[in-house]
Design a protein around this ligand. Structure first.
Ligand code: RIB
Length: 301
């Protein structure tokens, strides 16, 4: 059984700043570093590091070839990545502040140039029971989900970054949702900015998607899991955050990777929590994703 992650590949320009730049302000940054990123690429690397056979599909421009090398180094099969001649690779301008928080400006580039023909050609290589992992940084998502569902692939959706396109997707085909409270609220049409009850939120999601398993990620508060058989809370591990970029992607990759390696849901949630705790102590997107050995050696303080 294989995992296909069909998603974005970005060049991340990460600026270290005192605070996020405000409207009308010109701010000097302390440093600029260029990393491989994109929610799709990050999740592929986390899946491969978690020890499952991972294929990545998506598009880049000629300027993004180094992203392929980094994925291959991590053990990701990149045969399904298309290199476009006339289009730039997607990129992200990331501000990383002194608390370790970030804000991200995206340019879609090649990530928004996916075609139906490309989707068909990629899916030909996969069969019933294989997993398809998706985020929301590429176009043709509905077509991709419809075709994958027809073939009997298991669908994993991390609806991030959340926007109006998500509501139009065939969400009833999704087997696993991994999302935060804002994304959950938007899917349910609830405003959670003023506060929410995590049990009620996960239960409402489960009611809406009774066949799916749902993982609600809550940052420093950990995460919550619910499916038809069980529901539980997973506490976070306390660490000093340097950069939270790709922490959610690391969680997704290690959670799905753990399940596919035969871990129980509780074991996979714990493993994913440890992996993302390590990721936030390191700078950058995909370079912050730990190896399986590092996650297994993680000491709870
Ligand atoms: O989730 C983190 C990622 O979001 C970054 O790597 C950036 O490229 C954006 O896609």
């Amino acid at each position: 059984m294989k995992v296909l992650c069909f998603g974005s590949l970005n060049i991340d320009y990460t600026y270290k700043v005192d605070h996020f730049v405000k409207k009308g302000e010109t701010l000097s940054s302390e440093s600029l570093q260029v990393f491989s990123g994109g929610k799709g690429l990050n999740q592929s690397i986390a899946l491969a590091k978690a020890g499952v056979e991972t294929w990545h599909a998506g598009s880049i421009g000629e300027d993004g070839r180094f992203l392929l090398e980094q994925m291959e180094e991590a053990g990701v099969n990149t045969q399904c990545v298309t290199v476009l001649k006339e289009t730039r690779t997607g990129n992200a301008i990331i501000q990383n502040d002194k608390e370790g928080d970030n804000c991200i400006l995206l340019y879609g580039g090649a990530n928004q140039a996916i075609t139906e023909v490309q989707v068909d050609q990629v899916l030909e290589r996969f069969e019933k029971g294989d997993f398809l992992v998706l985020q929301n940084e590429i176009n043709e998502m509905s077509y991709l989900m419809e075709q994958a569902h027809k073939k009997g692939l298991k669908l994993v959706l991390n609806p991030s970054p959340m926007n109006e396109k998500i509501q139009k997707l065939p969400l009833e085909y999704v087997d696993y949702f991994l999302l935060n409270e804002i994304e959950a609220g938007q899917i349910l049409g609830q405003d959670v900015r003023e506060g929410f009850d995590k049990e009620k939120l996960t239960q409402a999601l489960q009611k809406c998607f009774p066949h799916a398993a749902i993982v609600l990620t809550l940052g420093e508060e950990g995460s919550a899991y619910i499916d038809r058989r069980e529901s539980f809370q997973q506490p976070a591990y306390k660490v000093k955050a340097l950069d939270t970029t790709a922490a959610g992607d690391t969680f997704t990759g290690y959670f799905i990777g753990g399940l596919l390696r035969g871990q129980t849901v509780r074991e996979a949630m714990d493993m994913a929590t440890k992996a993302s705790a390590i990721a936030v102590t390191r700078l950058g997107a995909s370079p912050s994703i730990p190896s399986l050995a590092e996650v297994e050696a993680f000491k709870v303080s």
